[in-house]
Ligand binder design. Sequence first.
Ligand code: SF4
Ligand code: SF4
Length: 82
Amino acid sequence: MGEQAPQIDEDLCSGCGDCALVCPLDGIVIEGGKAHLLDDIPCDACGNCEAVCPTGAMGVAYEVVFDDEASDADQPVLDVVE
Ligand code: SF4
Ligand code: SF4
């Protein structure tokens, strides 16, 4: 996984597998009842896994925000949320 790979809170993860189903890169596997990210998949931070996770266990490191101060305010920018 790349630097944009989401963080998984194993305490919250139920192992439901929903995130693995929606990852376009097939980068998530369920092992031992928990979600795990494969190391060699270049996660593009699409956010699919975070969006479907019913427990809030999946956290993508970026979110799309609109910067009203930017000259092209209708364009989303990536903001780091750590
Ligand atoms: S953010 Fe997208 S590409 Fe990255 S692990 Fe989640 S679903 Fe897969
Ligand atoms: S969708 Fe959430 S709860 Fe389900 S396996 Fe993935 S991280 Fe765990």
